[in-house]
Design a protein around this ligand. Structure first.
Ligand code: NBP
Length: 484
């Protein structure tokens, strides 16, 4: 009898192919299909040669080759391609079959698709898969959410192929209903934007402000990787700074200084504005990429404004240690803001998110994997109701220890004219968050002055609002109250 597949994967680009090979390594029989059908045979004759992967040349054939209930994973470009594939699949499916979208779909699309398919009697799972090509092949971080009843159908496969933490826990667990998995993946990618940007800012200050060479910074990042900063991104920065082009010169200095983006950092920043949560470091990281893309304008402006154009004169070893501590403190702020947004999203979209578990999912396999996430996991495991990561004893102590270095780093950068938007926004958030009286009293007064928007008083109950006729010319009628 013909062998039946445990799962099908549609989409044979880099992620799909590597996930299939990973599933095959773990003893699962996978049916492979792709819109451009010739890629099926290319795959079978090359990367999948000698494996038990079965090729399908039509959706009909693919569905017939699967054990029931069928599990079909889409690894196609996010957006219209996902809807197109779902529509092609529907006439071939039976109630109880499950479609899994493993791409980077926007979470509201996943909410819509989950409802659409559940209403038709099918299951739908929207799953974040992180770790790029290497992760997909050897163990990604997997963040599934959607139809909870379908979780037992895929739990064994997903857990088997996922990354494992140093203590052997799987970096894969159920996140929540409808779009929760894709939301958590979006948060992961956005935090990745922040982590990358603050590393770039530290590099920029050391290079432009301190005049250090890539070789010197290679050594510095190697040392930093032995501290609390121990992470995949610090590790690859160390390696990139030590990498030489064919002529023996550092390759990094020959790379154009403009950055692109695929949108997840922007999505998260926009969503944070909708939720009213200040994820300022990540938003600055998105803007930093936008500024980098204005290369021609920057080239022009660099000829108009010289800036301080001077080098640091002082104890280089001491300021490098300050930069390390400022990087660590900024990173804590970034994760603090990210988890604040996750908490608010859980309330807004009615998800029961386990923050310790989310930190665990990111502990291995994905781009932001780090020792640091173990401490976040511990903080939430110790106190699941923790209102803010900054208030956990471990993080509170680090930020307090780093504070003076953080301020010295930014004062140095400002004096030398080196832009550090994400470090600066992190410190501004910290100073704002720990401030018991912000200047929003003046803001309330101004809004009442020009628009009769009313204000509250510190010496009256909060539900009581006041309006003042500030100029003697306005009336005593106030505007309706609203919040944004
Ligand atoms: P791509 O995002 O480059 O997508 C290529 C695949 O999508 C091909 O199989 C292509 O089929 C298929 N496709 C396209 Br394009 N339009 C289609 C349509 N209208 N209908 C059906 N299929 C269509 O592949 P990838 O880089 O492997 O990523 C797959 C998913 O995983 C994406 O959502 C991506 O954002 C996400 N992801 C990627 C990474 C990464 O590092 N690359 C990491 C994590 C997540 P064709 O061969 O016929 O053109």
């Amino acid at each position: 009898m013909e062998k039946k597949g445990d799962i099908a994967v549609i989409g044979l680009a880099v992620m799909g192919q590597n996930l299939i090979l990973n599933m095959n390594d773990h003893g699962y029989t996978v049916v492979a299909f792709n819109r451009t059908v010739s890629k099926v045979d290319d795959f079978l004759n090359n990367a999948a040669k000698g494996t038990s992967v079965i090729g399908a040349h039509s959706i009909d054939e693919m569905v017939g080759l699967l054990k029931t209930p069928r599990k079909i994973m889409l690894m196609v470009k996010a957006g219209e391609a996902v809807d197109a594939e779902i529509e092609k699949l529907l006439p071939h499916l039976s109630p109880g079959d499950c479609i899994i979208d493993g791409g980077n779909s926007y979470f509201t699309d996943t909410i819509r698709r989950a409802k659409y398919l559940e209403d038709k009697g099918f299951f739908f799972i929207g799953s974040g898969v992180s770790g790029g090509e290497e992760g997909a092949r050897n163990g990604p971080s997997i963040m599934p959410g959607g139809s909870i009843k379908a979780w037992p159908l895929i739990k064994d496969i997903f857990t088997a192929i996922s990354a494992k933490t140093p203590s052997g826990e799987a970096c894969c667990d159920w996140v929540g209903s409808d779009g929760a998995g894709h939301y958590v993946k979006m948060a992961h990618n956005a935090i990745e934007y922040g982590d990358i940007q603050i590393i770039c800012e530290a590099y920029h200050l050391m290079k432009q402000g301190l005049g250090l060479s890539p070789d010197q910074m290679h050594e510095i990042f190697a040392e930093w990787n032995k501290t609390e900063l121990d992470s995949y991104l610090i590790e690859i920065t160390r390696d990139i700074l030590g990498f030489k082009d064919e002529d023996g010169l550092p390759l990094v200095e020959k790379i154009l200084d403009t950055a692109g983006q695929k949108g997840t950092g922007k999505w998260f920043s926009i969503n944070s504005l909708d939720l009213g949560i200040p994820v300022t470091l990540i938003a600055e990281s998105v803007y930093a990429r936008s500024l980098s893309a204005l290369k021609e304008e920057r080239m022009n402006a660099s000829g108009v404004f010289n800036g301080p154009a001077k080098l640091f004169k002082g104890d280089v070893k001491a300021i490098v240690e300050d930069i390390r501590k400022a990087l660590l403190a900024s990173k804590i702020i970034s994760y603090t803001q990210g988890f604040m947004c996750l908490r608010e999203a859980a309330k807004e979209y009615d998800w029961n998110l386990d923050f310790g578990n989310i930190a665990l999912l990111w502990r291995g396999g994905c781009i932001i994997r780090s020792a640091f996430l173990e401490n976040i996991k511990n903080a939430y495991r110790k106190n699941p109701g923790l209102t803010n990561l900054l208030l956990d004893d471990y993080f509170k102590k680090i930020v307090t220890d780093c504070e003076a270095s953080w301020r010295r780093t930014l004062m140095t950068a400002i004096e030398l004219g080196v832009p550090m938007p994400s470090f600066s926004s992190a410190l501004a958030f910290f100073d704002g968050y720990r401030c018991d009286r912000l200047p929003a009293n003046l803001l309330q007064a101004m809004r009442d002055y020009f628009g009769a928007h009313t204000y509250q008083r510190i010496d009256a109950p909060l539900n009581k609002v006041f309006h003042t006729n500030w100029t003697g010319r306005g009336g005593n009628v106030s505007s309706g109250t609203y919040s944004v």
